[in-house]
Write a new protein. Structure first.
Length: 322
C-alpha cells in the first residue's frame, strides 16, 4: 500500500460517550479499532466525542482574538525559565526554533515544582477567555479518561490501569498554538519532528487548515525537509478531534504501540491555529513495561521511568531564551 493511499482512521466514539451508552458489542468494536489504530499509526481521529460543539466554537473564536492582541498585552502572561505556563513566541523542538507562538496552561490553582502555575491575561484584555478555556480543559480531562480506559482495555489490561495514575491529581496541560504565515516554508517548520513525551494527546485542529504530518518511513524521521515524501498529512476534519499516543504508552506497551513521529509544516498563504491537550499522569507516576505483556521472547525493553524527572528534562530542552 502506497503512503499516498494511507489515511489515519476515523472512529465514531459515541458507544463510549453517549448517555445511553452503546451495547457491549459496540463498545468492544470501538476499543478494537482504537487498538488497531495505535498499533498501525499511533494516531486516529474521533467523531461524536461528546465535547459540546458550541464550546468548540467559542474556544476557536476566543483563541483567534487572543492572538490578534498586541504583543505587549500577550507578553503580560509570558512564561519564564521557572514557569512553563503562559505565553511564548519562541519554542524549541529538538533545539530548533519553531515558526509559531502559543499559550500553555494546566490545572487551575495547581502550583508545581516542574512547570509552575497558570498565568492569565486580565479579564478586560479578553472577556471570557479564562472561564471558557477552563471549561474546555475540563471537557478534555473527561474525554482523556474515557480514551485511556479504552487504551487499557485494548491491551487486555484492567480498565483503570492508566486512569488510576490521574487521581487524585495529574499534570495535563493545554497548549494554544498559532502558526503565522511564513514567507519561506522551505526554510522553516511550524514544529520540527518529535514524538509526544506524555501518555496521550487530544488535538483540536482548525478545520480545513492542514499542516500536521506523521512519519511513515523507516529511517530516524528527523528530517527537516518539508518535501520529504515519507510523511503523510492528517486532514483537519470539522468537529473531529485528532488523538495520538505518547512515549509513556510506548513504554507501558513495550513497543506494541509506538509513539508516532510527527511535525507541522509552515504555510506561506494562511495562518493556522491548533489546540493540543497533553493528557499526562501525576508527576510521581513510575511507568515501565506491563508484566502481562512480557514473556521470554518479549522481554522488557525499558527500565522504570519517573514521569516528573523525564518531563523536567524535556522542558529544559524545549525552553530557551533565544
Amino acid at each position: 500500500q502506497s503512503k499516498m493511499a494511507e489515511s489515519v482512521p476515523v472512529i465514531d466514539l459515541s458507544p463510549l460517550v453517549s448517555l445511553a451508552g452503546g451495547t457491549k458489542e459496540e463498545r468492544d468494536e470501538v476499543i478494537r479499532k482504537i487498538g488497531k489504530a495505535c498499533s498501525e499509526f499511533g494516531f486516529f481521529q474521533i467523531v461524536n466525542h461528546g465535547v459540546p460543539l458550541p464550546l468548540l466554537g467559542r474556544v476557536w473564536e476566543l483563541n483567534k482574538r487572543f492572538f490578534l492582541l498586541s504583543a505587549d498585552v500577550k507578553k503580560k502572561a509570558s512564561r519564564t525559565e521557572t514557569n512553563s505556563r503562559g505565553y511564548f513566541e519562541k519554542e524549541l523542538t529538538k533545539n530548533q526554533v519553531d515558526w509559531k507562538e502559543g499559550f500553555d496552561f494546566g490545572v487551575e490553582g495547581d502550583i508545581s515544582d516542574v512547570d509552575g502555575q497558570n498565568q492569565w491575561l486580565k479579564e478586560e484584555d479578553l472577556l471570557g477567555y479564562k472561564s471558557t478555556m477552563l471549561e474546555y480543559y475540563d471537557s478534555m480531562v473527561s474525554l482523556g479518561l474515557t480514551l485511556v480506559r479504552a487504551l487499557a482495555l485494548s491491551l487486555n489490561l484492567e480498565e483503570d490501569y492508566f486512569s488510576s495514575t490521574y487521581t487524585p491529581h495529574h499534570s495535563s496541560f493545554l497548549r494554544v498554538n498559532h502558526y503565522p504565515i511564513c514567507p519561506d516554508p522551505s526554510q522553516h517548520l511550524g514544529v520540527g519532528p518529535h514524538s509526544d513525551s506524555g501518555l496521550l494527546t487530544i488535538l483540536n485542529q482548525e478545520p480545513e487548515r492542514t499542516g500536521l504530518q506523521i512519519y511513515r518511513g523507516t529511517g530516524s524521521g528527523l528530517s527537516f525537509d518539508p518535501n520529504d515524501d515519507d510523511w503523510i498529512d492528517v486532514p483537519a476534519i470539522e468537529n473531529a478531534l485528532t488523538i495520538n499516543i505518547g512515549d509513556i504508552i510506548q513504554v507501558y506497551s513495550n513497543d506494541k504501540y509506538k509513539a508516532p513521529l510527527h511535525r507541522v509544516l509552515a504555510n506561506k498563504d494562511k495562518d493556522r491555529h491548533s489546540l493540543p491537550f497533553f493528557f499526562n499522569p501525576a508527576y510521581e507516576t513510575i511507568y515501565s513495561p506491563v508484566a502481562s505483556l512480557l514473556s521470554e521472547t518479549e522481554p522488557a525493553r525499558y527500565r522504570p521511568i519517573c514521569w516528573g524527572d523525564f518531563r523536567q528534562s524535556r522542558f529544559a530542552g524545549d525552553y530557551a531564551d533565544v
